[in-house]
Design a protein. Sequence first.
Length: 521
Amino acid sequence: MPALSPDEVLRYLNAKGFLSSAEVELVKTRWNVERDGPLLQWIGRQKLLPEEVAADIIQLLADNRLEGLEPSLPGLVLLALAGKGGRGSVYRAWQPSLKRVVAVKILSKELAQNREYLQRFLREAKVASKVSHKNIVRAFDINKHGGNVYLVMEYVAGASVGDILRQRGKVEPAHAMEIAQNVAEAIAYVSQVGIVHRDIKPDNIMIDRKGRVRLCDLGLARPSGATQLTSPMVAQGTPAYMAPEAAMSPEIDSQADVYSLGVTLFRMLLGRLPFDHPDPVEVLRMHIEEEPRGLEGGELPGALSDLIRRMLDKDPRRRPPARELPREIAALIKAIPSLDKSSLWELIEGGEPTLPVPGQPGGLALEPTGELGFVVTQAPPAQKPWEGPQAAAAPRPAAPPAAGKLTGVGFGTMALALVLCLLYIVFYTLDGPPEPRPDPEAEKLRVENSDLRQQLKSERESQTALSDFMARAGQQWRAEQAELAKINARDPRRERLEAILVELDELRALQTASELPGAGD
């Protein structure tokens, strides 16, 4: 296929929803090939599209994949394969309806065809899609099309901690502690709505180009207390980071996530795993029976070693509680000066710090910091017609009050404020502080998780009843077989029958020997 002309490329970008008609016209008026170079690269540099999306489109056009990668999914254009694992493949994709980059996780065919797993996965993903936290990659939607089951998630432009560790070996303690604190806040949040992640590990922790930490793969998490399924879900979690109780029982809580974060922190700080072996089963045995080695060598501050040792305790009850862990890590960072200086954006190629937006008191404004994120900044005062931009932005000194004068309005305002203060003090004293308003979204999540746990409990009871029935049936069958064996052993006719069978075998052998050539010579 011949290369597309710039006009054809722009028509393609408009037809696929990458650029609006107004943006196409803007490109036509501003882009000059001799001055600006290749069109799509210039579009990326001008932030009309994310640079990685522009690079993906260049590759798609070169490969003559104008419709995107396969499989074709409604409302999405798959741009590039970002990763592949045992549960499925992750693609970087474009969502034209919202003009945003998303990550799309497509389940493997084996899991998508497992009806029991699929039904439970859909229920759990529905709960996970409603979780919203600054340190969690949001799951937007889950759908099924043409045999493909896929999860649409927030896309994080950056790198995973796993990628960073494979490149660097380990990270500075200040970096490791900031990552751990952010992940601990995510764990504490999901524990409040009854969700256990079950697979905390470096590959599931993303850092974007601004240095913000996000925990991903929450769409495959499970409500607290949920049982695992057979075969496809036996490997739920990664053995190197799995808590001992997760290896022995499917019924775990958020303390298992605390353990996995402890292993992750150990790996980030020391450049190795506390338990390492080529055989995954042996790794699980080590998690259950052995104590981690390497924390006594003095490589880490004593308080930090103690924290990791407690996080890796075999007994979940002796680990730091999930909801208190963020505060404990924050206190440790504050207590050790060398841990209090971290710039995570330095770990990411193309990373840049988040700079504060200058402004003066006068209002609040939302500054976009990404596709979905906003930070609150102080908005500068509005420019008046007689002021230039600098005069409008400059702070104005407050006019001092006139000495010895108090206007009627000022006196009335002070009196009203005093009365309100007295009323508040009386109310606070009699009734106590006002109760915090419950978060309706959190309440809704708790209700849905409660329903899901009740349903899972019913399923477990049914499975237990079936297991008991099968066990009793097996015992009865074995008893009948044993009794039959005793009867046969006591029956003299059986011994006579066996003797006859032996004689028949001997006669057949003699007959065969007599029929051989030369047997009668």
